[in-house]
Design a protein around this ligand. Structure first.
Ligand SMILES: Cc1cc2nc3c(=O)[nH]c(=O)nc-3n(C[C@H](O)[C@H](O)[C@H](O)COP(=O)(O)OP(=O)(O)OC[C@H]3O[C@@H](n4cnc5c(N)ncnc54)[C@H](O)[C@@H]3O)c2cc1C
Length: 432
């Protein structure tokens, strides 16, 4: 959660995360008085726009009915799936974000799980008849960074869509840095002390403490701990798999993006990928180690809703696409060509751009191994058992040394729950 003038003076860009369905829906963050410490959510009019080349557009709206109205002939199916889940979503989300356990709200979770385990492909073919709804759902499922015929990819779409219907997909006023600042300010108010800009290379660099929580990748953890883990645990960590990387662009723009479908201005988040088959192909190629010619692009246009992000009359935009892990290919042209398809004249609006390939992402933050922003592939096994197969994956073999990054359940995204789950485990060990 960082923001900076990556392109030109006065243009504030979110360096990594930008939109916070899990931030606002996090059972933990919602307990903290972050508003008193400067956090201000901005809820765009629509949560997500999915434009098509012919000028049509479907929207994820806070209202399920309003969303369904943009899904043509599949409106009724969408309502039938989402309404019962939305009614129990606050309970379901508690179970989803916890480590592997017997569910607290068993029946509610079961109603979600029967569809969630499906692949996105399986899901859209079962429930939707038309391309519009199939494309809309596939775009959300593509956040999984998995091929869309993989089990559990439907879960990503359902979790993101339902979180939107219940909590929203807000951005942060002033940039995502303000979210981090609010957390730091609250922590300091509690007496917490933070040392910044100090990369830790070995365990010996750390002061004596009752417990150590590592918010790092498995690769970093192995480097830091060196040979102090038992061989079998080291072997297991080395087997942990990272997923595709991302190629990211930030633009300073002279005007709003000239979308063919004007209503796209209603949403901060835009899925630029067109039809279901194209999105599926793009994600398939990436999972096979190839770079798509027409990548599925996740784009955010925050300055339309937050005037603090750009000088008067100017705009910013943020986008990334998935690429093979460790890629150093420049995807600028492919991404801009994709946006141009849905917004002719887009490239004429570009004043400046900042780009980062997957290797740059890792150089900037070693947690993004090979550019993977989710802390490891979220396939069926690794989503539940990360980074190793055990019920309490936060605990390492070293006494009171915990792992609490996105390489532990529930995985990537800004929700704080990996840390909460690890902290609860430590607290339960000192109480018992
Ligand atoms: C381009 C991009 C877009 C994204 N968009 C979204 C989004 O819109 N919404 C969303 O919810 N999520 C988004 N994410 C994903 C989300 O940011 C990550 O999944 C999440 O931040 C991972 O949390 P973490 O605690 O594992 O690691 P991080 O948030 O990366 O925190 C780990 C911190 O530890 C530091 N660190 C690592 N190693 C060491 C070391 N050895 N010594 C000292 N410090 C160290 C890192 O520099 C970093 O500051 C995005 C990520 C990226 C990169």
């Amino acid at each position: 959660m960082r923001s900076a003038e990556l392109t030109l003076p006065g243009f504030i860009h979110d360096i990594c995360s930008a939109v916070y369905p899990f931030g606002i829906g996090s059972p933990f963050f919602s307990l903290l008085p972050l508003f008193q410490h400067g956090l201000e959510w901005i809820h765009p009019d629509a949560l997500l726009a999915h434009p098509f080349e012919d000028g049509r557009v479907s929207f994820l709206e806070q209202s399920i009915d309003a969303t369904a109205n943009t899904l043509g002939g599949d409106a009724f199916s969408y309502i039938k799936i989402c309404k019962p889940l939305a009614a129990n979503w606050k309970y379901i989300v508690e179970d989803i974000l916890a480590p592997l356990h017997f569910p607290k709200y068993f029946w509610a979770l079961l109603s979600f799980a029967v569809n969630a385990v499906r692949s996105s492909e399986g899901f859209v073919n079962k429930y939707f008849k038309h391309e519009i709804a199939k494309s809309f759902f596939s775009g959300i499922a593509a956040h999984s960074m998995l091929p869309l015929d993989a089990s559990l990819t439907a879960a990503f779409a359902l979790v993101l869509a339902l979180s939107g219907h219940v909590f929203g997909w807000p951005i942060v006023k002033g940039g995502s840095q303000k979210f981090a600042d609010a957390l730091l300010s609250y922590y300091r108010a509690l007496g917490g002390h933070i040392v910044l800009n100090t990369p830790i290379k070995t365990l010996d660099e750390l002061p004596k403490s009752r417990a150590i929580f590592f918010d790092v990748s498995t690769k970093c953890l192995l480097d830091i701990v060196q040979d102090r883990f038992p061989d079998c645990y080291t072997r297991k960590l080395k087997k942990f798999r990272y997923g595709p990387g991302v190629f990211k662009i930030d633009w300073a723009l002279s005007s709003p993006i000239p979308w063919k479908a004007k209503d796209v201005f209603r949403a901060a988040t835009v899925h630029v990928g067109g039809m279901h088959d194209e999105i599926t192909l793009s994600e398939k190629l990436v999972s096979n180690g190839k770079h798509p010619e027409k990548p599925f692009v996740l784009l955010v246009q925050p300055s339309l809703f937050d005037k603090t992000r750009a000088p008067a009359g100017k705009e910013t935009a943020w986008a990334y696409c998935h690429v093979p892990n460790g890629s150093c290919l420049d995807m600028t042209e492919s991404i801009e060509r994709q946006v141009e398809r849905f917004a002719p004249g887009f490239t004429d609006c570009i004043l400046a751009r900042s780009i980062k390939n997957a290797q740059d992402m890792e150089r900037e933050n070693p947690n993004y191994v090979g550019g993977d922003i989710n802390g490891g592939a979220s396939n069926l096994i690794q989503q539940f058992f990360r980074p190793v197969s055990c019920i309490k994956p936060y605990r390492t073999p070293l006494k009171n040394v915990y792992l609490c990054s996105a390489s532990t359940p529930p995985g990537g995204g800004v929700h704080g729950m990996c840390g909460v789950n690890a902290a609860k485990l430590f607290l339960s060990s000192i109480i018992s």
